[in-house]
Design a protein around this ligand. Sequence first.
Ligand SMILES: *[C@@H]1O[C@H](CO)[C@@H](O)[C@H](O)[C@H]1NC(C)=O
Ligand SMILES: *[C@@H]1O[C@H](CO)[C@@H](O)[C@H](O)[C@H]1NC(C)=O
Ligand SMILES: *[C@@H]1O[C@H](CO)[C@@H](O)[C@H](O)[C@H]1NC(C)=O
Ligand SMILES: *[C@@H]1O[C@H](CO)[C@@H](O)[C@H](O)[C@H]1NC(C)=O
Ligand SMILES: *[C@@H]1O[C@H](CO)[C@@H](O)[C@H](O)[C@H]1NC(C)=O
Ligand SMILES: *[C@@H]1O[C@H](CO)[C@@H](O)[C@H](O)[C@H]1NC(C)=O
Ligand SMILES: *[C@@H]1O[C@H](CO)[C@@H](O)[C@H](O)[C@H]1NC(C)=O
Ligand SMILES: *[C@@H]1O[C@H](CO)[C@@H](O)[C@H](O)[C@H]1NC(C)=O
Ligand SMILES: *[C@@H]1O[C@H](CO)[C@@H](O)[C@H](O)[C@H]1NC(C)=O
Ligand SMILES: *[C@@H]1O[C@H](CO)[C@@H](O)[C@H](O)[C@H]1NC(C)=O
Length: 721
Amino acid sequence: MLLRIRISILLFITPILADYAWQDQLNAREDWQKYIRSPPISTVRPVRVLGEYTRGNVTNPEGLLTGRGSTILTRNGTALNTTWAYADPYDTPPAIVVDFGQNIAGLLSIKFGGAYNTTRGLPGIRLAFSETLQFLSDLSDFSRSNNVSYPTLATSKLTREGETITPGSDQIAVRHNPYTWTAERGCEFQNKVCNDGLHGFRYVKIYLDSLPWDAPYTSSYGRVSINSMSLNFTGFLGTADTFTGYFESSDDQLNQWWYDGVYTNDMCTDTFRLSDTDPRRAGSPTLVGKLVLHDGAKRDRDPYVGDLAVASRTSYVSHDTSIATKNVLADIADHQRDDGWLPPASINNYTLPLYDYPLWWVACSYDLFMYTGDVDYITKYYPNLVKVLDTFYPSTTDSSTGLLDKRLGVTAGYGDYAFLPRNGPVTYYNALYVIALDNAASMARYLGHESDASRWSARARNVSAAMDSLFDTSAGAFYDGICGDVPCQTHAQDGNSLSIVSGVANSTRAKSILSYLSINNARPYGNSFYDNDVIGPFSQRVYAFISYFEIEARFKTGLADSALEEIRRLYGWMSTHDPGITTWEGIGPDGTPYEDGFTSMAHGWGTGVVPALTNYILGVMPSGPGFSTWSVKPFPGDVKWAKGRVPTPKGPINVGWTRDATGFFLSVTGPVGTKGVVSIPVENGTVFYDSMIVDGRMDNGYMSMAVEGGGTHSFTVRYEV
Ligand SMILES: *[C@@H]1O[C@H](CO)[C@@H](O)[C@H](O)[C@H]1NC(C)=O
Ligand SMILES: *[C@@H]1O[C@H](CO)[C@@H](O)[C@H](O)[C@H]1NC(C)=O
Ligand SMILES: *[C@@H]1O[C@H](CO)[C@@H](O)[C@H](O)[C@H]1NC(C)=O
Ligand SMILES: *[C@@H]1O[C@H](CO)[C@@H](O)[C@H](O)[C@H]1NC(C)=O
Ligand SMILES: *[C@@H]1O[C@H](CO)[C@@H](O)[C@H](O)[C@H]1NC(C)=O
Ligand SMILES: *[C@@H]1O[C@H](CO)[C@@H](O)[C@H](O)[C@H]1NC(C)=O
Ligand SMILES: *[C@@H]1O[C@H](CO)[C@@H](O)[C@H](O)[C@H]1NC(C)=O
Ligand SMILES: *[C@@H]1O[C@H](CO)[C@@H](O)[C@H](O)[C@H]1NC(C)=O
Ligand SMILES: *[C@@H]1O[C@H](CO)[C@@H](O)[C@H](O)[C@H]1NC(C)=O
Ligand SMILES: *[C@@H]1O[C@H](CO)[C@@H](O)[C@H](O)[C@H]1NC(C)=O
């Protein structure tokens, strides 16, 4: 007995002690909560008044922040001039700019301490909102009203086009006695003194002024006192107790970007309300009152299925809000066209013609199935899946090649996620088609529809093989569609990245493509859509959305360092430029918001850093519906340790790994009744599984081992040094 114990100690003492030490180090690191960006409660207050923006007669500008006395705006109105007050240089409207400290979305309230008016009516307050200081002016950077012409004094007639009720600023007629005003979309007097309601913004300019149109209800003169301001945050309030998953690593910046991405997505996770969705006929009765994932906080405020390809993954690994995805996917399927086409969103009453989004509906349905195991959803909408894949896409397939061709069927004028003007057998559409077909085949197999599964798999392999003709061997990357009769001499980030994610490109081609993109598409603020401007001015434009798939392609190809390098350029840029924290809709030349003030600076589709870090740095992915089976395969790059949790329907998967000069250690706990495969990077040395030596097969530098859920398992590599 004594002898046997001695022997076992001799054999296993080193790894066991090291395992404990490593496990202790990982356990000690438990401060992910410090990265959380959510306000602690839904009532959010401004944090500062930007003194350099204060104009005119303002006393105690900081009073509204501190509660020590009111902030008073006075405009005494010597000039009895009823025309545009602005034109008079001696009559500066008193103004202040408050900063909420970070991008937020919701309904603003102002607690007025009272007002003194002149004979010309109640003093008017006008508000202008902006996500950035660059686009802060007397009108909001974006308003649901400002796409259509507003009456000037010359026309003095309010033409109600679209949902226009303001000129881009919001108006208030401040009453004499103290009261709290809350932004509700609408007008105080018939169609006068109006405001847009909800805004997404960081800064708000408050100034004493009125629209001539709003006379006699408001005047530009008088005195207004403001006691305080607050915002009722309408997104998902992602406080620490709401996180079902988390991520933490040795890299402080990566950690912060993960939580920044989650916060951005939370801002967009909101109830669908007619009063604040996109004004372009997006207000769908079948969505009203449901939790959805809007594509942006300020705009477009409509759930788009392409955006969900990223935003839903962010939600699955961070919060229990998958119902938002299900609501949107189901609503889109309920509006399927007779020919099988699926609308991208409710905009234009479900008619915006996009070519790629029906394929994203398939991919997003697959993700929902894999992350949540929702059999009811996929069973109900299985006929929609069959129709889009077997009716719509075949109607736009070139029968001689098997490739999708955007000139065929009804699709010639169709757009895509970026309205890129391209045609023919475009690499992106075909690579995405392969993903959709493989995802659909996988779902069909789980549901027992074997013949659908084999038909779709065979078609995926056919498309994949046919895509060989789209490859530019001289560049080592795929072309992008047809210009005249020949391939366009241009190479796009989207198709090339998806060719790798879909498995169309083998590892040799993957490395060549990624090297091409690194050399030709890298910008200081991310990687661009295109290497050149052959089909449009896109070589300086960066979308975090489609860049996510390039980042994923880099990890999958084993190029973790280059994936992290791209993440650091892209997210490093956004996080250090106004408004900070939130991820943008698009980046243009020189790293500016790509559509100026119209750009949404909090867009869920830009949050790919969240799933990228969870799936590839922590290494956790579902491999069966609802994580019935799963995998853990970290791609560390220069990260020294990582730990985190991924929620599954049966309970969380907890993973931690750490490494040093002597070895690599990973521990994993999966839910009871599930099975996983753990792959650990093994450069050399001895591998232990729960302290037992393993002698397994190596594949691309990884050794893979099957594990059962229900307990904690540890894996250690002791390097030969
Ligand atoms: C500024 O406003 C205050 C408070 O209403 C008033 O007492 C003061 O006379 C005003 N100053 C000027 C220069 O108009
Ligand atoms: C208005 O303010 C100006 C100074 O800004 C002052 O000269 C003038 O007397 C004031 N007029 C009234 C009516 O208070
Ligand atoms: C009112 O102001 C405008 C613009 O400064 C000026 O052109 C106009 O003459 C003024 N009217 C009166 C009555 O002072
Ligand atoms: C203030 O405005 C109201 C509404 O326009 C008006 O009825 C009232 O006479 C004004 N008061 C003063 C003191 O000018
Ligand atoms: C305004 O609306 C029209 C028609 O829907 C559209 O063509 C145009 O692009 C919009 N402009 C802006 C700035 O949103
Ligand atoms: C905030 O807005 C929500 C949704 O409109 C509402 O239910 C809630 O009562 C509001 N909260 C406050 C404090 O006004
Ligand atoms: C939207 O389209 C549906 C079906 O085509 C139609 O019944 C409905 O009236 C349309 N709604 C609006 C607001 O145009
Ligand atoms: C794919 O299918 C099409 C149409 O059936 C066929 O013409 C083509 O040869 C196939 N391509 C490959 C590479 O198998
Ligand atoms: C990758 O694909 C290319 C083109 O089909 C082929 O020439 C090459 O041999 C493949 N490489 C590997 C490693 O399979
Ligand atoms: C084994 O791998 C470790 C970590 O990369 C390295 O430090 C060590 O030199 C390697 N030993 C041998 C014998 O290759």
